[in-house]
Design a protein around this ligand. Sequence first.
Ligand SMILES: [Zn+2]
Length: 172
Amino acid sequence: MPKAYPYVGPKEIAARASGSVPGTVFSSADDLAAWVQAAETSRGRVTAMFVVDAAGRLRLADRRSEHVACAGGSPVLAAGEITLSIRAGRVVAEGVSNQSTGYCPEPESWPAVSAALAAAGVEPPEGYSTELSFRRCPRCDQINVIKDQLLECAVCGSALPMAWNLGPATEV
Ligand SMILES: [Zn+2]
């Protein structure tokens, strides 16, 4: 079952994002290609922010945006960063991560990304190219990205739980 992840980041960022336009949804592969072309850097690729919204649709926004703005403040099935390029007229996903400290989605959110990419006309890669594991410190509330499987809070040194604890995520 896919899970919907609520926003868990700082409230002031959510407040700042509340008036902004959500990330772009694409009705066709051509639409998406035009977006990538318009955003492309000189090296022919663009790294954008993405969410998969509760309806399973891919939404893209500028990388300097916020995931909560990209999602219109709503829960998401997945969130992270995606690098896109155009080869032979088709959009290619070169890399996808679940890097979103606003939503802290689990690595298990990948199937939602895969399905959303396929629906947007992009052949999905095998999985996240960069896969992050998030935990909230039970003592100081800091959101940690687990590095080298070290379950220790970077701020206060407390032990972090084995299981993802940024919830409550709901099954959809
Ligand atoms: Zn801590």
